[in-house]
Ligand binder design. Structure first.
Ligand code: SF4
Length: 125
């Protein structure tokens, strides 16, 4: 009796793995001159730092520390935080560039999430 033929199904090609692939959340222009400061209090890895940029209050996320949990974006009353660098490349660079110098700053006192926005274009979620 001959051996039964074994049919081997070809494996589908695996998706390419991007080396060192890591995305970070980004604090955008809506926060520049607004800064509720609530996001820093919910970040589990302390990746958010306050400072002054072009003379206005701001916060930045250090992309080297962010684990993309999304807690900060949910906390921001005006929706100033986006979930990837691709969504705002300009502010992604600003966050990354400012993070090393903002790290040394004292924590910002958070504003109430019910307080009206300072910036005319911002609206409470
Ligand atoms: Fe922190 Fe999570 Fe926001 Fe990244 S996404 S800055 S880890 S709260």
């Amino acid at each position: 009796m001959g051996e039964a033929a074994v049919k081997i199904r070809p494996l589908s090609k695996p998706a390419p793995i991007k080396e060192n692939f890591k995305m970070a959340y980004v604090i955008t222009e809506k926060c520049h001159g607004e800064r509720y400061g609530l996001c820093a209090g919910v970040c589990p890895v302390e990746a958010i730092f306050p400072g002054t940029y072009q003379g206005k209050d701001f916060m930045v996320i250090d992309p080297a520390l962010c684990i993309s949990c999304g807690a900060c974006a949910a906390e921001c009353p005006v929706g100033s935080i986006v979930e990837s660098e691709d969504m705002d490349a300009t502010y992604a660079k600003i966050n990354a560039d400012l993070a090393p110098q903002f790290k040394a700053n004292p924590k910002a006192t958070p504003r109430s999430k019910d307080e009206a926005p300072k910036k005319p274009g911002n609206k409470l979620k």
